[in-house]
Design a protein around this ligand. Structure first.
Ligand SMILES: O=C1O[C@H](COP(=O)(O)O)[C@@H](O)[C@H](O)[C@H]1O
Length: 223
């Protein structure tokens, strides 16, 4: 694990956006396309604002969420809504959005079609993840119904998840896909998440899902 502590959140978002942009740009020197995977939630918005202005050839970039809450896009908790409002604007409007949300009542009804589409944009070139205080990454919650299945080496790339601590059904990219990313970054803020991260270092992936990717990740933290 590489841990970067920044003097404040603004500088962290600038440093992170620069880093993600450089990694995508370098990949596009040798590959036709690159895939950027990003989290939802409350933390990454300012990094998205900066990244969306980056002077990349966004028409060659696939963007996919690490996970989605099964809510409609008009809901504030929709991660797709966050992406559309904060990342896929400006220069980044030309990126291809691989959706992991469909207009079906349950994730299961759309799962086979979404899995087939997600496979087309793998592997992930640049992975940005958030982390909850309970150590979850994407929507891999240790108390979720499909937790063990999502950790299996032969897990499909996308799975439905239901956790007693999550108010709605979720879909999430699974452990093999996340662990196979070329570049991995974790974005966290505040003392509680830093303490959780320190604890996670001595836990197993079953106790702390962040451990699935932590060893190879760069963690970006500011108070
Ligand atoms: O529910 C989610 O939570 C995590 C962490 O979110 P944050 O609000 O604490 O930044 C996020 O990474 C994930 O994508 C999201 O669906």
């Amino acid at each position: 694990m590489n841990f970067i502590e920044y003097p404040d959140r603004d500088l962290m978002m600038i440093g992170l956006a620069d880093r993600l942009s450089s990694e995508l740009e370098n990949t596009l020197l040798t590959q036709a396309r690159a895939t950027l995977c990003v989290p939802g939630g409350t933390t990454p918005g300012p990094a998205f604002d900066l990244l969306s202005a980056s002077n990349l050839d966004w028409s060659r970039v696939n963007v996919v969420l690490s996970d989605e809450r099964w809510v409609t896009e008009d809901q504030p908790r929709s991660n797709t809504r966050l992406l559309k409002e904060r990342l896929l604007v400006g220069n980044a409007e030309r990126a291809y959005l691989q959706r992991i949300r469909a207009e079906t009542a349950t994730p299961e009804e759309a799962m086979d079609a979404m899995i087939a589409e997600v496979r087309l944009i793998l592997p992930i070139t640049v992975l940005l993840l958030g982390m909850g205080n309970d150590y979850h990454i994407a929507s891999i919650f240790h108390d979720a119904d499909n937790f063990e299945k999502a950790l299996a080496p032969d897990a499909p790339p996308l799975m439905a998840m239901r956790s007693p601590t999550a108010p709605e059904p979720r879909v999430t990219l699974t452990a093999p896909v996340l662990a196979n990313a070329m570049h991995t970054h974790i974005l966290i803020t505040g003392p509680e998440k830093r303490e959780a991260l320190e604890r996670a270092r001595n836990l197993s992936p079953r106790e702390a899902p962040v451990k699935l990717v932590l060893n190879d990740a760069t963690v970006h933290w500011a108070e």
